[in-house]
Design a protein around this ligand. Sequence first.
Ligand code: AMP
Length: 275
Amino acid sequence: METLQSIEAVRAWRGSGELGFVPTMGALHEGHASLVRRSAAENARTLVSIFVNPTQFGPNEDLAKYPRTLEADLKLCEQAGASAVFTPNNEMMYPPGFCSWVTVEGLGDRLCGASRPGHFKGVTTVVSKLFHIVEPTRAYFGQKDAQQALILRRMVRDLDMPLELIVCPIVREPDGLAMSSRNRYLSEDERRRAVGLSKALFEAQRLFKAGTRTAAVLRGQLIITLDEYVDKLDYAELVDADSLQPVTEIAGPTLIAVAAWVGGTRLIDNVIVAP
Ligand code: AMP
């Protein structure tokens, strides 16, 4: 496996064959590994990028303390079947005078976008840049970040980006907690309580399967369960899985998404239900 440290090195390495691409911010876990394995199975070669993108963090967020574990990350990439890893730095991604942005209007204002203003503008801009640098055949993202996947899918379609975007299932810990680089922040007690997000979602899913279709009823149940476990709720929403518009009665694919603070850590999770 090669390590590529500059945009020029990626372009020289790229060649013309089928290439799968997995963009990440490092601190890799089994969730990331699942994307790399899927890409390696579906493409001749796979490139993983590791870049903690500063423009998607708000001024009071965890950019400075975001976990950086490059050595272990490289090992995980190699074991999962990556052909190369791209590790750009801030200077090459955002040269002096940088002032060009990619935004997807509307979809980025709700859910995580409401509590993290500017977050998705940072994501769409860096992912666009990475797509231009890497020119992947297929790019792999996790359903864990459901809103991000939806926004990127729209960006690829609206701007005719010549690649296929593939969204992979959420990988969870045995107790249900969605794997996340931010789980490393959790103390023992917080880790125990973090399971409340998936517990609440699975409970809502169970009620849905038992016939409940009224969003307010499901949302009420979500909040009761979350209140038992988390320190502060950010949101618990039932929205149309395509438009992210709130639903009142579940009639089509619906994203049930939650975000909550456990101690100083903001966690997100979701499930999709469909009648
Ligand atoms: P991140 O490094 O957090 O920016 O994540 C990089 C990619 O991995 C994104 O497409 C995430 O959605 C995906 N990802 C993160 N956690 C998981 C998980 N538990 N299961 C599946 N994909 C994940």
